[in-house]
Design a protein around this ligand. Sequence first.
Ligand code: SAM
Length: 234
Amino acid sequence: LLEPEDFQSSSQVVLRGRRFQHMAEVQRAEVGDRLKVGVVNGQVGAGEITERSENHIAMTVSLVAEPPAALPLTLLLALPRPKMLKRTIQHATALGVKKLYLINAYRVEKSYWQSPWLAEEKLREQCVLGLEQAVDTAMPEIQLRKRFKPFVEDELPEIANQSLKLVAHPVTDAPCPVDIEQQTTLAVGPEGGFIPYEVEKLQEAGFQSVHLGPRILRVETALPVLLSRLFPAR
Ligand code: SAM
């Protein structure tokens, strides 16, 4: 995934510093290699490496297509433990989530909010990995909300306005709908699940509880399952 500042002209890219090192040492890029490329928040296409020195890599690129469409979704994710956060952000980004609120819940450990992985540039790194995986370019918008009640009472009505509102909750009778078209706001709970008070609050805000069957899944697994049921064609 290229940054706009990597471009010397509309078709010439030069990578230096950390990005050069990643391409040279991790991806072992060589002159003549062809690769899929995209530019952050722009188009996708193909590149060919034309030069590799000790401190830079040059390539020609041609950007020809739009990235895949974003999901019509706002995701509210109870902050997972740091290790799982990284993978979940990558999965969410690769699956096309563009609006994500990391929210608090009773069963989110306080220490998770101190994680260095919540720094903007660290979250962005995980998003880049997800975007590269999916050959997508649209950087998700991630917001942190450390207080559940004011978020749900004051902000959520506006955020979820006119959308289908779902909370993934194993202890409910309604199965998760399949293949929907509507704009959706989806809440996914913490490792221990949402407590009844939180489910009530979400229900008061118009959210409907849905389940994924009898198996209780980790957040990082539940999320791809939910998204592939709700939006199988995306
Ligand atoms: N024992 C917890 C409970 O009953 O809520 C399990 C929490 S689960 C590890 C973490 C989150 O993933 C849940 O809050 C829910 O949002 C989602 N999830 C996992 N399995 C699910 C299922 N079978 N149905 C619906 N949501 C599920």
